[in-house]
Design a protein. Structure first.
Length: 342
C-alpha cells in the first residue's frame, strides 16, 4: 500500500485530498496543527470523517516545528508528499504577517529539508493565483512573470516557489507547485466569500461586496481541484537533459520543477456568483457595496492549458452547480445539525 503525506489534512483542501487518496487505497499520513484561525471544531470534524475511509494516520502538530518533518519523513518514508499546510487569507496577512512567515516560509523550509534527507517520488506544494500579483495580462499563464505580489500572503507563497526550485535543482527532488484559483465547495473555510455570503444571507444580514461588485474570480470547485492534484501526482517533472523546455511549459531548464495552474478558466463576475447563492438559498441578498480592500486584485483568470497537456484534464464544474452543492452542505452541517444558529 503506497503512503502519502498530506500536510494541512484537517483543512478544506487537505481534507478532500485525503478522502480521495483513501478511496483509492492509499495509506495517508495527515498532519495538521488544528490552529484557531477559524473554528477548530470544523477541522476536527473533517479529520473525524477521514478515519473510517481507510488507513488514515493523523499527526497533530505544526509543520514549522524544528525537526518534526524530518522525523516524520524518516519514520514514514512517504512516496508522495502534498504540502497544503499554510496560513491562508490575503486580508489576515495585513493583521498578522508573522504567522505567514512562520507557517508558510519556515514550514515549507522544514518540508524541503526533510525531502532533501528522505526524497519522495514526487513533492507537490500549494501556491496561489495571488502570486501573479499586479500582472494584468490575462489569462494568467505559468510562464508569465510574477514579480509584483500585492499582499504579504502572496509574497510568502511566491517565496516558497523560489525555495522549492532551489532544492529541486540542488537535490534533484521532483517538485510540482500548483497555483490555486479561488477554491470553493463543501467543508470550505469560514473566512472565504462563499461561506460568509451564505451565512449572512441565511441569517438575513447584509453582505459586504468589495470594489462595488466589479470583481471577477476564476472560481474552482474543490472536486475539480483534487482531480487535478491527483493526476499531477503521476506527472512528476524531470530535469531536461539539454536544458530545452517545450513551448508553454513552465518546466525549469535546470531542475525537475514545474508550476501548474489549477483553475476553471472561466472568470465569473462577483455579482453572478452572488446570484448563484441567492438561487441556491431561495433568498435575496442585501448588498453593502464597499471599495476594494488593500492587497486584493480585481480579477483572476487561469490558463489551464498546461494542466490539460500534462494530464488530459480540465476542471468542469459550473459555478451554479458548485454553489448549490455548498449551500446544501452548509444547511445540513449547520442548520439541520444545529451546530450553529443561522
Amino acid at each position: 500500500m503506497p503512503t502519502a503525506l498530506v500536510t494541512g489534512s484537517a483543512g478544506f483542501i487537505g481534507y478532500h485530498c485525503c478522502a480521495r487518496l483513501l478511496s483509492e487505497g492509499w495509506r495517508v499520513i495527515g498532519l495538521d496543527a488544528l490552529t484557531d484561525y477559524y473554528e477548530v471544531s470544523l477541522k476536527q470534524n473533517r479529520h473525524a470523517r477521514l478515519a473510517p475511509l481507510g488507513d488514515f494516520v493523523p499527526e497533530i502538530g505544526r509543520v514549522e516545528d524544528p525537526g518534526r518533518m524530518a522525523d516524520l519523513f524518516a519514520r514514514e518514508k512517504p512516496e508522495v508528499v502534498i504540502h497544503l499546510a499554510a496560513q491562508a487569507g490575503v486580508r489576515y496577512s495585513i493583521e498578522n504577517p508573522r504567522s505567514y512567515l512562520e507557517s508558510n516560509i519556515i514550514g515549507t523550509f522544514e518540508i524541503l529539508e526533510a525531502a532533501r534527507a528522505h526524497p519522495p517520488r514526487h513533492l507537490l506544494l500549494a501556491s496561489t493565483s495571488s502570486a501573479y500579483g499586479a500582472n494584468t495580462e490575462m489569462p494568467y499563464r505559468e510562464t508569465d512573470r510574477a514579480d509584483y505580489q500585492m499582499s504579504f500572503y502572496a509574497a510568502t507563497k511566491k517565496s516558497t516557489e523560489s525555495m522549492a526550485h532551489s532544492y529541486a535543482h540542488l537535490f534533484d527532488v521532483p517538485t510540482t507547485m500548483f497555483r490555486f484559483f479561488t477554491v470553493y465547495g463543501p467543508w470550505g473555510r469560514p473566512d472565504m466569500a462563499l461561506f460568509k455570503f451564505t451565512r449572512a444571507i441565511l441569517q438575513g444580514q447584509p453582505i459586504d461586496v468589495y470594489n462595488f461588485g466589479d470583481m471577477q474570480r476564476d472560481f474552482t470547485y474543490v472536486d475539480d481541484l483534487v482531480d487535478g492534484i491527483r493526476l499531477l501526482m503521476d506527472a512528476a517533472p524531470e530535469r531536461p537533459a539539454d536544458g530545452t523546455v517545450p513551448e508553454g511549459d513552465s518546466l525549469s531548464p535546470v531542475a525537475p520543477f514545474r508550476v501548474v495552474n489549477i483553475g476553471n478558466s472561466e472568470p465569473v463576475q462577483l455579482t453572478e456568483f452572488i446570484e448563484a447563492i441567492e438561487e441556491a438559498t431561495g433568498l435575496n441578498a442585501t448588498r453593502n457595496l464597499m471599495p476594494m480592500q488593500p492587497g486584493d486584485v480585481p480579477a483572476t483568470w487561469a490558463d489551464a492549458t498546461l494542466l490539460q497537456t500534462l494530464t488530459g484534464y480540465s476542471p468542469r464544474t459550473s459555478v451554479r452547480e458548485g454553489v448549490a452543492k455548498f449551500v446544501a452542505w452548509y444547511r445540513d452541517y449547520y442548520l439541520r445539525n444545529s451546530t450553529e444558529s443561522a
